[in-house]
Write a protein that binds this ligand. Structure first.
Ligand code: URA
Length: 445
């Protein structure tokens, strides 16, 4: 088989066989197929899509590219939760410790920033010493001892996704339903949890711009989960504006700590509680969402949730004092306050552009393996629907130097739209997709 032939086939819209997909993924993982050929193939998939059979084959080939943990054979129920990516999305940092604090094990493999979206591992690595590259035995040891583990892509688990993820990030091939579905679900299958909650985001800050596209991605992944006997539910949630106030790695971690301590922004706190409640109901820990929400709130108020985050950080080599005393996180050298240019209601905040601005400040990667600066980012003082007087605080810019602030200032102001009439933000949860929602057998772009 030749990689060039498989690129040509996909470019011309042909369907690849199971053997061809297996070969492609195996050869790329081993380093026989170079990045430039894989990039061309990814771009062909981006434009031509894949059939549901091809997506399933790609997912399985990626899941089988390394070790598989079959976690649910050792501990059950054991949950996993995954977001398709957003701006200011620190939900995993809150949901995972809360679920574990409520008595359900969490075995999570999580990612780095992708395109304009942030990644949980980059955020956790703001903590000195934190290690996300865990061997199979470390993963199981930490999970069994602490009821929670937060691992990154490693060379052991789904290594094909680790390589493809980094390549897609810098080759304009992120926003593809087949590639996103295979990337996410291959990691989930490699771990083998019993229950999975997917947070599928839509809106300006998400890879899926409309609820319809998010629904297509959600049903594709729920379908893969069902075929793999993993109880999978997807929440379709809004990413019309950044989540919460903080955008940037350490800044988001600090906001997640505040939510776990019961004093973070209410909208994102409610979404986190909702996701934890869904997981408690899915795993039979609570009878319904109302009862589950009470359990979650109790875990916040008792301090059990924040204690769990501190515990897992310490278990993975991180300095737990940073969770207990977030002022220890070093600040960016420059903090500059931008003021509201109008007296009006905020009608829109372009989340994708906010994500790119955070990258330009140093919080994301434009090239593979680029070092990020975990200190930089933005803190939004107001959100959609808030009324500001001209001159009120709008955004704090946390930057490496004044040149970076000057370079983004006008673009940042252009992210905002204003209205004289009052505006109501969209609800955060749009729809829940359960395993009985079937994806149709078709080609998915
Ligand atoms: N999250 C992932 O893990 N992979 C993607 O492709 C997008 C979001």
């Amino acid at each position: 088989m030749q990689a060039s032939e498989l690129i040509r086939k996909k470019r011309d819209g042909e369907e690849l066989s199971t053997t061809e997909i297996d070969w492609l993924i195996e050869q790329y993982t081993q380093g026989t197929i170079p990045d430039y050929q894989m990039s061309a193939w990814l771009m062909a998939v981006y434009w031509r899509g894949m059939t549901t059979r091809e997506i399933s084959d790609l997912t399985l080939a990626m899941a089988h590219s390394g070790e598989e943990l079959h976690v649910r054979e050792t501990i059950s129920p054991v949950i996993d939760k995954h977001s398709t990516g957003g701006v200011g999305d620190k939900i995993t940092l809150v949901v995972a410790p809360l679920v574990a604090a409520c008595g359900v094990a969490v075995g999570k493999m999580t990612g780095r920033g992708l395109g304009h979206t942030g990644g949980t591992i980059d955020k956790l690595e703001a903590i000195p010493g934190f290690r996300s590259e865990l061997s199979r035995s470390e993963f199981m040891h930490i999970l069994l001892k602490h009821n929670i583990v937060l691992a990154g892509q490693s060379t052991d688990l789904a290594p094909a996704d680790g390589k493809l993820y980094a390549l897609r990030d810098v080759t304009g091939t992120v926003e593809s339903i087949p590639l996103i579905a295979a990337s996410i679900m291959s990691k989930k299958l490699a771990i083998g949890c019993s229950h999975l909650l997917l947070d599928v985001k839509f809106g300006s800050g998400a890879f899926m711009k409309t609820p319809e596209r998010a629904r297509e991605l959600a049903t594709t992944m729920v379908d893969i989960g069902r075929n793999a006997h993993m109880q999978t539910t997807a929440a379709i949630t809004s990413m019309q504006q950044p989540l919460g106030h903080a955008v940037g790695n350490a800044l988001e971690l600090i906001e997640a700590i505040a939510i776990l301590q019961g004093h973070g922004p209410q909208d994102i706190a409610d979404l986190c509680y909702h996701e934890v409640a869904e997981l408690l109901v899915m795993t039979g820990k609570a009878a319904d969402i109302k009862a589950a929400t009470q359990v979650v709130k109790q875990a916040v108020h008792s301090g059990a949730g924040i204690a769990k985050l501190t515990e897992v950080v310490a278990a993975q080599g991180g300095n737990p004092h940073y969770i207990e005393q977030p002022h220890l996180f070093p600040s960016a050298p420059v903090q500059s306050l931008l003021l509201a240019p109008h007296s009006a209601y905020i009608a829109g905040i372009h989340a994708e552009q906010i994500g790119f601005i955070s990258m330009r400040l140093g919080g994301g990667r434009f090239k593979k393996d680029e070092q990020i600066d975990t200190r930089t980012g933005l803190v939004l003082h107001a959100k959609i629907g808030d009324y500001l007087q001209a001159g009120d605080p709008l955004v704090d810019v946390h930057a490496r130097n004044m040149t970076d602030v000057d370079a983004i200032r006008d673009d940042l102001l252009r992210c905002y739209t204003w209205s004289d009439a009052s505006i109501r933000p969209d609800p955060l949860v749009y729809e829940i997709i359960h395993p009985w929602t079937f994806a149709c057998d078709t080609t998915i772009l």
